[in-house]
Design a protein around this ligand. Structure first.
Ligand code: AMP
Ligand code: GLY
Length: 428
């Protein structure tokens, strides 16, 4: 095996906790650090309270702690150009450049990028005034899709059944500035019917590999009802993805997308998350690109990953994905998010969590921390998505049974979770 590495992970959510667990299984790992981390991460890595979006501070930290490799979890540091600053200081980074991160940070940029490179996506208009938005809406039929172009932490997309609703979304974004400058520019687009599929593409722009297929559950309530959230649970693989569908997605979307990164000369070494809508006739179109792993998709994908995660990130960071030894996943995984009572709109008072140990003791289960804080030896729910209970098993049915057995052992004031994760597979 090659040299051992000191690895730093940036971020503080369930996704980063899953990345830390995957790193801790690596044969190439020496020391593991996190900025800022969380109480779950602190069991496996040394956590430091620094600002992950401050490139200069991260570079100083890397020098002080002889960090060899930085893995960036969330989009905000990438959009702030932190990967560029770290690379310029001579430290390897898994995560795209600021220019590459525009694919998520600006929907205007990403839609134009897709249009330039003939990547299939919904027809769209870019609007900066209410007048332009009104003209764009007139081109489409309900439901109307109105999106803030900038980063909005999952709150920037409106799917409106009526014209009044769509106008109100435009008003909130362009006039009331509900999302600040993120809503200065809008993308108004055609509604695509079908089924959603997320593909996580690992790429150094020369080559790419796919993590397992997975499916997120965006709505808060059972039966896909209620408001949109960051994601309430996921499973992997998605057994309904046929070989034909995968072949089409690769040929029509993924290959042209990676070729486009290359053609535009973007320094892109990390993950391209491709959110797809699969039409009833099997045609895949891109809903969105993200420039990092999905959350909670990561909490099912990384437990299934059978290669060496640190070694993979090291290869990608050096533009050498081609020589990484990829192993096919053989297991299944399903995760359930336990969120606080106010999620996704309101705040919740901190609440003590019980049952964590018992949940972690269920076979195949790992409880990832998303929104927790340590207080006098207790673990507190601090709001938003609090925990992600993830189970690995030989079948999705078993993974679901294990995950819900573990969830039944956890409680905190106001806890809400979906009871139907995986319904697309189980309720046929
Ligand atoms: P996005 O953040 O762009 O993925 O959008 C959030 C969610 O809104 C998606 O996961 C879809 O459920 C829905 N959505 C976004 N764009 C469209 C579209 N063009 N047609 C139908 N649904 C959409
Ligand atoms: N789970 C959706 C996302 O990470 O964007």
């Amino acid at each position: 095996m090659s040299e051992k590495l000191n690895v730093l992970v940036l971020g503080s959510g369930g996704r980063e906790h899953a990345i830390i667990e995957a790193c801790s299984r690596s044969l190439r790992l020496n020391k593991l650090f996190a900025i800022p981390g969380n109480p779950g991460i602190a069991a496996k890595a040394e956590c430091f309270r620094l600002n992950a979006e401050d490139g200069a501070a991260v570079v100083d930290f890397c020098k002080e702690h002889a960090v060899d490799l930085v893995i960036v979890g969330p989009e905000a540091p990438l959009a702030a150009g932190v990967a560029d600053v770290i690379r310029a200081a001579g430290v390897a980074v898994f995560g795209p450049s600021k220019a590459g991160a525009m694919l998520e940070a600006s929907k205007e940029f990403s839609k134009n990028f897709m249009a330039r490179h003939h990547v299939p996506t919904a027809k769209f208009f870019v609007c900066r005034t209410v007048d332009e938005a009104e003209k764009a809406l007139a081109q489409f039929e309900p439901p109307y899709i109105v999106k803030a172009s900038g980063l909005a932490a999952g709150k920037g997309v409106f799917v409106e059944p009526t014209l009044e609703g769509a106008r109100s979304a435009v008003q909130q974004l362009l006039v009331e500035k509900k999302l600040g400058s993120a809503g200065d520019t809008l993308v108004i687009e055609e509604a695509l019917p079908g089924r959603e599929l997320s593909l996580m593409v690992i790429t150094d722009t020369k080559d790419f590999r796919l993590l397992s297929t997975s499916q997120d559950h965006k709505r808060l309530k059972d039966g896909d009802e209620g408001p949109n959230t960051g994601g309430m649970g996921a499973y992997a693989p998605a057994p309904w993805v046929s070989d034909d569908l995968m072949t089409r997605a690769l040929r029509e979307v993924i290959e042209p997308s990676v070729a486009a990164l290359r053609a535009e000369g973007l320094d892109y070494r990390g993950v391209l998350y491709v959110g797809l809508m699969i039409a009833p006739d099997g045609t895949p179109k891109v809903l969105e690109y993200n420039v990092r792993l999905g959350d909670p998709e990561t909490e099912v994908l990384l437990p299934l990953f059978e290669g060496d995660w640190v070694d993979l990130c090291w290869h990608v960071a050096h533009g050498d994905l081609a020589s990484f030894e990829w192993k096919k996943e053989t297991q299944c995984s399903l995760c359930v998010i336990c969120a606080s009572g106010g999620y996704p709109t309101g705040k919740s008072a901190p609440a003590a969590i019980s049952g964590l140990e018992a949940a972690n003791a269920v076979e195949g289960v790992t409880v990832y921390h998303c929104g927790t804080a340590a207080q006098n030896g207790a673990v507190m729910a601090t709001g938003g998505r609090v925990l992600c209970v993830s189970a690995v098993a030989p079948s999705l049915e078993q993974a679901k049974a294990r995950a819900y057995e573990a969830v039944s052992k956890i409680s905190f004031d106001g806890m809400q979770y979906r009871r139907d994760i995986g319904h697309q597979v189980f309720d046929k």
